[in-house]
Design a protein around this ligand. Structure first.
Ligand code: SAM
Length: 183
């Protein structure tokens, strides 16, 4: 889901997105003025389309697109990038009702992503998590044991003092926002 709120409120040096899709949020991050923008996409065709769409920004070094599973690629970014980041965690299968038999953990990587951020050595990154409605929906991400309580627990493990609030997305309060200092 493209970003529907004012991203400038959550601006740091670096924007890191999981799940590029058509690149709408890469564009929002460019417009918001982030210095560097990383985005990870698992799908071959979507990755290739984004590479063509943002070719000039990739050449200038502003946009860095990574192809693969965020569970594998996010650690590479964390290793390389020591600046304060705004994470937009939005990687998941496009299927709404997951079938636990056929979809692996790579299609619902939010817990892996939060565990990776926890190892960054910083506890002041801004973390935006999209699709709270799916996290809350027992028929959507149930197969992966992803719950809102579990997500909040992982955020608190990164920083017990995170301020948590919500922004609109597909519906009201669909984006969970964790900030180290209130915006
Ligand atoms: C809801 S869309 C992302 C929308 C996009 N972030 C935006 O703001 O416009 C989810 C994307 O995550 C991708 N995806 C799914 N699992 C992934 C994974 N494990 N790692 C990286 N990308 C993944 C899907 O192919 C899809 O393009």
């Amino acid at each position: 889901m493209p970003i529907k709120f004012d991203l400038v409120k959550y601006k740091n040096s670096v924007f890191v997105e999981t799940g590029t899709y058509r690149g709408a949020s890469v564009l929002s991050a460019i417009e918001a003025g982030f210095d560097r923008i990383y985005s990870i996409e698992i799908d071959d065709q979507l990755y290739e389309e984004a590479r063509q769409r943002f070719a000039d920004y990739i050449t200038s070094g502003k946009v860095i697109l990574l192809h693969g599973d965020s569970a594998q690629k996010l650690p590479e970014i964390i290793e390389r990038e020591k600046e304060l980041c705004t994470f937009w965690l939005d990687a998941h299968s496009q299927k709404f009702n997951f079938d636990n038999e056929t979809l692996g953990a790579e299609n619902c990587p939010i817990f892996f992503e939060l565990d990776t951020i926890a190892k960054s050595g910083r506890n002041d990154h801004t973390i935006l998590i999209d699709d709270v409605r799916l996290i809350k929906n027992k028929n959507a991400w149930r197969g992966h044991n992803v719950t809102l309580e579990g997500v909040i627990e992982k955020l608190r493990a990164i920083n017990p003092d995170y301020t948590l609030q919500y922004e609109p997305g597909h519906i009201e309060d669909d984006v969970l926002v964790a900030t180290a200092s209130p915006n």
